[in-house]
Ligand binder design. Structure first.
Ligand code: ZN
Length: 234
């Protein structure tokens, strides 16, 4: 669950996907600020204007477009992997407890979490994939290597544990969540696929060597039936 990434996904087939949300959120916020500016200039007794309503519509349309495209891109990838069930972390219990105001804004307004789950479920159905919403309490602070929960630290996108484990925080949490749901370890992972939105489609970003994870080797493993995936959305 991250402030900078829309979705982090791990599969039991050893794939990881990360959909980056920084630019998208920055634009959403720009529009929100413009709306606030226009509202402050309204004449007394007026609460909205043509221009304000248009900005609201534009903001929503842009978000929905990116969300639609994300869900479809992800489902195509999961379908190709043979995934049968997707577990989605339920953010509602996490939100009320330790999330800062900024992240709350991201989740409630921008990401529209409930709408995302609905969209995900509808699209998954087309691919014959089942979606299950589960609590993901503690996944963000649990170390996947040693199981530590209290002495772990998150700094931006980086997760660190006293045992020496260091990883991408959202991908790490997504993996822990999957292991909790699957009831087993998921083994080594291929290099994560990072995706970026360009107003039309989500496309893969080139790998940056300095950000490479320790689990780089690509492994193809047969996991039998019932392949699983976890999706974290923030
Ligand atoms: Zn650890």
């Amino acid at each position: 669950m991250g402030a900078n990434n829309l979705v982090a996904c791990t599969t039991t087939t050893g794939q990881q996907y990360l959909y980056e949300g920084r630019d998208l959120f920055a634009r959403f916020r720009e529009t929100t600020e413009e709306i606030a500016r226009l509202q402050s200039k309204l004449r007394e007794g007026r609460y909205s204007s043509h221009r304000i309503r248009r900005l609201y519509r534009k903001r929503t349309r842009r978000r929905d477009h990116a969300q639609d495209a994300l869900v479809r891109d992800l489902m195509e990838r999961l379908y190709a992997e043979g995934v049968a069930t997707v577990y989605v972390g339920d953010l509602t219990d996490v939100l009320s407890t330790h999330w800062c105001a900024e992240v709350n804004e991201k989740t409630h307004q921008f990401w529209a979490f409930r709408a995302f789950i609905e969209r995900l479920s509808h699209t998954a159905e087309e691919y014959g994939i089942t979606v299950e919403v589960r609590s993901e309490a503690n996944t963000t602070r649990t170390c996947p290597v040693c199981g530590e929960q209290d002495d772990t630290d998150r700094d931006g996108d980086v997760f660190r544990c006293l045992c020496g484990h260091e990883a991408h925080a959202d991908l790490c949490a997504s993996r822990t969540f999957l292991e909790q749901q699957a009831g087993k370890e998921v083994g080594s992972m291929a290099r994560p696929v990072r995706l970026k939105w360009d107003d039309h489609c989500w496309s893969e970003m080139p790998h940056s060597p300095e950000r490479a994870s320790p689990n780089e080797e690509r492994t193809t493993r047969s996991t039998g039936n019932g392949k699983l995936a976890s999706v974290g959305a923030a």
